[in-house]
Design a binder for this molecule. Structure first.
Ligand code: FMN
Length: 367
């Protein structure tokens, strides 16, 4: 059963690529195998997680030597779970919208309406070059992704769908059967650049962003929601966080310190170079990792910056603070996935629900 909309939701990163979620030589009791991922998914749905997000990568880079493909892996996880929704990452370019729409509609039927999609616009040119895909410049990649999303929505919701875009064309196409989920399969997207936000404010159901402080997140969220409102659209927001929950704050901080002390500097710097190249390509010369330091980059999507590091109570309070600035979902990563997902479900999540209920009882102050 899905959670009420008044409750903040939880997702976790599926470790379908090797190397864990931090670029560090610290021990990570996390595995990229199918067997481990099935056990993790089952533990996560038991623990109160509503979504799991798979990653799409075609090549190795900074630690991720092996990568399972996201759509087939998502289906594999869905087959072994009952309630969890799995978000499959898809890159326009390698995927065409007709195939993606058909493939996801079938998975939706096979899994009782539990597939979702993360449209990834691509940031790593080396990967596209390696697989012989063309590499449109940054804002063109988003223009293509927007057409991709409009095509998916059209195919999933209309009969005799026609579309005449720059990148994609449909002529009187009727997909049958349509997905079970109505109005359509949920569409997520990531990114922080102007182009990414503008796309979210027009077409995406969910916008994922990198980890950050509540103040910085509020600026992004207000900006997107204001733009979305002007477009007659509404968009929910998920934020990345690397969670280190321990019985004491000292223990949690010591784990963070060890991750950073044992960082694989060569791999982190290679990632930093790739992100700077990606950032320089955005129209405003910034992008997802514009303000990331070396320490931030040890976690791919700035997950330490969200600061869900400490005791269960400290973390629960910070999560409720994130909710207050407009965050709808926490996308979490962990060092030792299965055991920490279970700890989170037992110790942090009940506190979040308690704080949420307390807040609802307090009448809002008049301005
Ligand atoms: C939560 C999240 C998940 C992402 N997943 C992937 C992924 O699986 N594969 C990938 O190549 N890029 C992934 N990205 C990258 C984005 O799609 C986008 O290309 C990147 O954030 C750069 O955006 P920007 O330069 O427009 O801000 C993800 C980003 C976020 C925030």
């Amino acid at each position: 059963m899905s959670q009420p909309d008044s409750e903040i939701k939880f997702a976790y990163w599926v470790p379908n690529v090797s190397g864990g979620l931090v670029v560090s030589n610290i021990e990570q009791r996390t595995d990229w195998s199918y067997d481990y991922n099935v056990r993790l998914a089952q533990a996560a749905e038991e623990s109160g997680f509503e979504y799991a997000l798979t990653q799409i990568r075609f090549t190795a880079g900074y630690n991720a030597e092996n990568q399972h493909e996201s759509v087939s892996f998502s289906h594999g996880i869905l087959a072994k779970t009952e309630r969890l929704k799995v978000i499959a990452a898809i890159l326009p370019g390698p995927w065409k919208p007709a195939l993606a729409a058909k493939q996801l509609a079938t998975i939706d039927h096979l899994t009782n309406g539990r597939i979702a999609i993360n449209v990834v616009s691509g940031w790593f040119r080396g990967e596209f070059d390696a697989i012989g895909e063309e590499w449109p410049e940054h804002d063109q990649r988003y223009a293509r992704s927007e057409e991709f999303i409009r095509s998916l929505k059209g195919v999933w919701t209309q009969d005799n769908f026609s579309f005449d875009g720059k990148y994609y064309q449909f002529k009187d196409y009727t997909l049958s059967p349509k997905p079970l989920q109505k109005p359509h399969i949920e569409i997520f997207q990531g990114g922080s650049s102007r182009a990414a936000r503008d796309m979210a404010s027009r077409v995406s159901d969910w916008y994922f962003t990198n980890g950050n402080t509540p103040e910085e997140l509020k600026k992004q969220i207000d900006d997107i929601r204001e733009k979305a409102k002007a477009n007659g659209h509404s968009v929910k927001v998920g934020v990345n966080a690397f969670v280190i929950a321990r019985d004491t704050e000292e223990e949690a901080q010591a784990v963070l310190q060890e991750i950073i002390d044992k960082a694989n500097a060569e791999a982190v710097n290679a990632f930093g170079d790739a992100t700077r190249e990606a950032g320089a390509a955005t129209a405003e010369g910034e992008g997802n990792w514009a303000k990331s330091t070396f320490e931030d980059l040890v976690q791919y999507n700035d997950g330490f910056r969200t600061n869900l590091i400490g005791t269960p109570l400290q973390i629960a309070e910070r999560i409720v603070e994130l909710k207050r600035v407009g965050v709808d979902l926490i996308l979490s990563g962990f060092l030792h996935f299965i055991e920490e997902v279970e700890y989170f479900g037992e110790n942090v999540l009940p506190l979040v629900r308690e704080l949420e209920t307390q807040q609802q009882r307090v009448p809002a102050k008049s301005a």
